[in-house]
Design a binder for this molecule. Structure first.
Ligand code: SAH
Ligand code: SF4
Ligand code: F3S
Length: 478
């Protein structure tokens, strides 16, 4: 998964950056209150699916007369869409609650709601632990928000953390909140049926289910007609996407869905995340090769380079299987970039096993990686079966070694692009200079280049690269 809307700083993301929150607001929207409307303020943490869910929540709240605001001091409802993936992510939310408490003491009518994975994990414990929380709503219960908010306005403290086997919010048109008007995310499935032993997601998000492909294509078509030029299809394991037409029985797999989305228009780019090494098929790779507008970029998390650790992690592949999948990518999509997620210091990991992770980072030549020190999560398979026995300083030292190597690999990867020309989709002004645009190439690398008159975000340009850091390519419009 992607962890927030902000692409990498140095071609890497460490544990702290990955759990930073983001405040949503409507672009061009009034910052103050609109008369006659109630206002909600929402902060989102964790993966891109959570950010997508906040856009569903905004849509549901819009239907009951709540408009988004950036100003929490003026809001009637403060929501925080939470992440449980690592302890640090949960600590961040606890700290934010202290800030909301101050706001609430100045504006006593304001309600505070916990959404997302931490709501699901801790359920009604919230009401016991945090006096200021009025609402606790799990990721499958957002349709119930109008009722729950109504009851909270009457003074109730409400909890709905029911998980569903069917809910995909397929019919809800997300309100694009913090949007650049060019790129958007579309959830294609929810939940996860894998049981990676370190991971809390199956507990917080429930069973895997796939969304009707026609509703996905309709959403992407609508975005294209509104001027968007790139969609990213989101799921915890997109390769296990599976939908069966209830009338004809005809199945749609992920490769089929990719092709359907790519057919909308050659000028609509299609990305996706996350691919699971155990499920990624050559059919998907061939579909990517067939369509120019399916971006040549795969996020294929390895987690560890050592087969014993991978087995303990219950990833259901080993080092050789992973290398074989990488070789298929290199054969079928020679120009593709691959990125990864890596965990250091998993239970009982030895120095030699850690070296295997370093060696696979070097071998795979990832363009980018998200890297984390193992954080034990209550209730997971690993927490129940294996002692969390690697000292914190060792986990951090190993993490730093991986980060150092990955940064060097990213630099090497990017330097190889010097002299090449890429098709780039302009996203926005560069954050460093209003004289420059930035946008990504098919391989998901951020390119920065001087503006030229007549061009705007949403346009495609050919950019010739003349310099590179570990995070960015610098070029000129060719
Ligand atoms: N579905 C995706 C991962 C989603 S979670 C996949 O299977 O690849 C995002 C990343 O967080 C994981 O890939 C893993 O690297 C990291 N992560 C998950 N649980 C963790 C934990 N307990 N400690 C440290 N990192 C963890
Ligand atoms: Fe977690 Fe594994 Fe599912 Fe990814 S595939 S969300 S790591 S259980
Ligand atoms: Fe995502 Fe965090 Fe939940 S990574 S699925 S928000 S635990």
């Amino acid at each position: 998964m992607l962890y927030d809307s902000n692409p990498t700083l140095e071609g890497i993301k460490s544990i702290d950056e990955a759990s930073q929150g983001s405040v949503f607001f409507k672009e061009n929207a009034e910052l103050g209150r609109s008369p006659g409307l109630k206002h909600f303020y929402i902060e989102s943490y964790g993966c891109q699916m959570n950010f997508s869910d906040s856009e569903i929540v905004a849509s549901i709240l819009g239907d009951i007369g709540y408009a988004p605001t950036r100003n929490m001091e003026e809001s009637d409802l403060i929501l925080v869409n939470t992440c449980s993936i690592r302890e640090k992510a949960e600590e961040t939310v606890r700290k934010r609650l202290k800030v909301f408490d101050v706001v609430k003491s100045k504006r006593p009518g304001t309600k505070v709601g916990i959404l997302g994975c931490m709501a699901e994990r801790l359920k009604k414990k919230w009401l016991e632990e945090e006096k200021l929380v009025d609402l606790v709503v799990g990721p499958d219960a957002y349709r119930d928000l109008p009722n729950l908010i109504g009851a909270a306005e009457e003074g109730g403290r409400m909890v709905n953390v029911l998980l569903s086997r069917e809910e995909t919010y397929a019919d809800i048109s997300p309100v694009r909140l913090e949007s650049n008007g060019v790129t958007a995310f579309i959830s294609i499935m929810r939940g996860c049926d894998n049981m990676c032993s370190f991971c809390v997601v199956p507990f917080t998000r429930g069973r895997e289910r796939s969304r009707d492909p026609f509703s996905i294509v309709a959403e992407a078509t609508d975005l294209f007609q509104k001027g968007f030029r790139e969609v990213t299809l989101l799921g915890q394991n997109v390769d296990s996407y599976k939908w069966e037409n209830p009338e004809t029985g005809e199945p749609t797999d992920f490769a089929d869905l990719l092709a359907m989305t790519a057919h909308i228009d050659p000028n609509l780019r299609v990305r996706f995340s996350t691919s699971h090494p155990k499920d990624m098929t050559d059919k998907v790779l061939h579909t990517m090769a067939t369509h120019e507008n399916i971006c040549k970029y795969i996020h294929l998390p390895v987690q560890s380079g050592n087969s014993r650790i991978l087995e303990m992690m219950n990833r259901t592949y080993d080092r050789e299987w992973y290398m074989n999948r990488m070789e298929s990518i290199r054969r079928i999509l020679p120009e593709a970039a691959v990125s990864s997620d890596i965990i250091t210091g998993f239970c009982s990991e030895t120095e030699e096993e850690h070296q295997d992770t370093l060696s696979i980072v070097e071998w795979a030549e990832y363009s980018m990686s998200y890297m984390f020190a193992y954080s034990e999560r209550p209730g997971t398979l690993a927490a129940r079966k294996y002692p969390d026995d690697i000292p914190e300083d060792v986990k951090k030292r190993r993490l730093n070694e991986v980060i150092r190597l990955q940064t060097a690999m990213a630099l090497k990867h990017n330097k190889r692009d010097i002299g090449k020309t890429f098709k780039v989709l302009i996203e926005r002004d560069s954050s460093k200079s209003a004289d420059d645009f930035c946008g990504r190439n098919s391989q998901n690398k951020m390119c920065v280049f001087p503006k030229q008159p007549g061009l705007k975000p949403g346009d495609y340009v050919e950019v010739k690269i003349h310099d590179a850091s570990s995070a960015t390519l610098l070029g000129k419009i060719a």
